[in-house]
Design a protein around this ligand. Structure first.
Ligand code: 13P
Length: 380
């Protein structure tokens, strides 16, 4: 061998195109770890106005700005009770700025007063992807950096962007769609980090379809490995991110559905193959499972850390549930002031159940809601 030895410091490998300082990285790492510390998870209360309207229609309540505030404020009023279980709340932009007319304060103050971290949905929904029949991509990259900067100023420390992938007999998700969805998520993640927000990376594989759990596992491994390749290629700081995936399950209309133990084992097996240990926390979406199934599945996963399996799992396994934390609360409220205490109590019970499931200590509950919360082709 001849010639100079090239020092790597001078090579292209030393150039990091995502120039985060040591302090910025520490801040991101601390936020991500704080949200999922000690068995805590996330309340996803960021339903778009349209999706919230569907929830309200189910209880015959008008989808007005006031009703959206009253309902969400009712949940936030539980902050002192749920803070052992809830580390963060994802908001829809409207909620971040809503003010309680009585106290004159922004309603998110209820969360901040209990050190519950504020997050914000920054995607703008989905649209059909040209060239990929039946598949979709997520909108919202234009102007995203400026929006992130503003949200950080206004009290948010993390963000959410939902990518959507579909398993269909035609062979989807296609390679082209996986590439489009995961690379947009990586671009979003990078912009968030540059503005001090921890990105929740959510490549959701919808449960729609009659496929087996084996198919779901295979697709999950493929999508998540593509996701981490994109994040690395975009110089995203992995320690300052959270992953929000679906659990590996049988398709919604599969006739022979896998149970909690198989769901837990296949999910953890798939993730151990492709999710880096540097990533601090997996915060699952509930994807239309019943409240009870979501909690029992999460519990079964965390139980794998204990004998007889004693699996070494490198990340927190937690929740970022929308439907599975709120279905009973919405029903209990029914739009009536006198039901607000019952609504808060129903939310508290689900938060507690899922907090216990994060420790593998949820025993199930006889009166829990086992109704499926599935919505075909779910939009958020
Ligand atoms: P579900 O838990 O209702 O699936 O929704 C969580 C979410 O935030 C989807 O982006």
């Amino acid at each position: 061998m001849s010639g100079e030895i090239v020092s790597w410091e001078n090579s292209k490998w030393a150039e990091n195109s995502n120039p985060l300082s040591v302090e910025q990285k520490k801040e991101l790492r601390d936020i991500a770890q704080r949200i999922v510390a000690d068995g805590r998870g996330i309340l996803a209360a960021d339903e778009s106005t349209g999706t919230f309207g569907k929830r309200m229609a189910s209880i015959g309540v008008e989808n007005s700005e006031t009703n959206r505030r009253i309902y969400r404020q009712t949940l936030f009023e539980q902050a002192a009770r749920v803070k052992p279980y809830i580390g963060g709340v994802i908001l829809f932009e409207e909620t971040l700025y809503q003010v309680d007319p009585v106290s004159g304060e922004r309603i998110v103050r209820l969360l901040q007063a209990q050190n519950i971290t504020l997050g914000i949905k920054v995607d703008q929904g989905i649209k059909d992807q040209e060239g990929c029949p039946g598949e979709v991509v997520t909108k919202g990259l234009d102007g995203l950096s400026a929006r992130c900067k503003q949200y950080k100023k206004d009290g948010c420390d993390f963000a959410k962007w939902r990518g959507v992938l579909k398993i269909q007999a035609s062979g989807t998700p296609s390679d082209a769609n996986i590439k489009a969805v995961t690379s947009d998520l990586a671009k979003y993640a990078r912009m968030c980090q540059q503005n001090g927000l921890v990105p929740i990376v959510e490549p959701e594989i919808l449960p729609d379809g009659d496929h087996s759990i084996e198919v779901c596992q295979r697709v999950a491994e493929k999508v998540l490995s593509a996701q981490y390749k994109e994040l690395i290629e975009h110089d995203v700081y992995i320690e300052g991110t959270l992953l929000k995936p679906n659990m590996v399950t049988s398709g919604q209309s599969c006739v022979d559905k896998a149970g909690h133990d198989e769901i837990a084992l296949r999910t953890v097996t798939a993730f151990k193959r492709v999710v880096p240990p540097a990533m601090p926390g997996v915060v699952f979406l509930s994807g239309g499972m019943s409240e009870e199934d979501a909690s029992l599945n999460l519990n079964a996963m965390n139980s794998l850390r204990q004998p007889p399996h004693s699996i070494d799992i490198p990340w927190k396994l937690s929740f970022s549930f929308g439907r599975a934390l709120q279905a009973s609360a919405i029903k209990a409220w029914a739009g009536k002031d006198e039901n607000r205490a019952a609504c808060g109590e129903a939310f508290y019970q689900r938060a507690k159940a899922n907090g216990e499931a994060c420790h593998g200590m949820y025993k199930g509950s006889g009166d829990a809601n086992t109704d499926s919360l599935f919505v075909a082709n779910h939009v958020y």
